[in-house]
Design a protein around this ligand. Structure first.
Ligand SMILES: [Zn+2]
Length: 105
């Protein structure tokens, strides 16, 4: 008769590994872009904001990084017209010391 070795410390051989290890051909797919394309709409166009208030730093805060830099348009999603207004507004807002020129930290 077959004799079992030790009955305790027998490791379950490679069982928990099988479901994960299959190689998915991730980045080799036909679609190049990794990020899902989400249509960004300029929020000022959506809100139908007539102009951007440079004193409204709560709004302008969205368009600067935490280091105080203005977000580029492809990140903020603004249209060209409003991005220009945001830029001017942020600069004015800095000028009256509502926003920092550079990061606080
Ligand atoms: Zn716009």
């Amino acid at each position: 008769m077959a004799e079992y070795p030790a009955r305790s410390s027998a490791p379950r051989s490679s069982d928990s590994r099988g479901s994960r290890g299959d190689s998915r051909g991730d980045s080799r797919g036909p679609n190049k872009r990794r990020f899902q394309v989400r249509k960004k709409v300029c929020r000022f166009c959506v809100d139908k904001t007539p102009f951007i208030d440079y004193k409204d730093m709560k709004t302008l805060r969205f368009f600067i990084t935490e280091r105080g830099k203005i977000l580029p348009r492809r990140i903020s999603g603004n249209c060209a017209r409003h991005q220009r207004e945001v830029t001017v507004s942020v600069q004015r807002c800095r000028n009256i010391a509502l926003l920092p020129f550079s990061g606080e930290k």
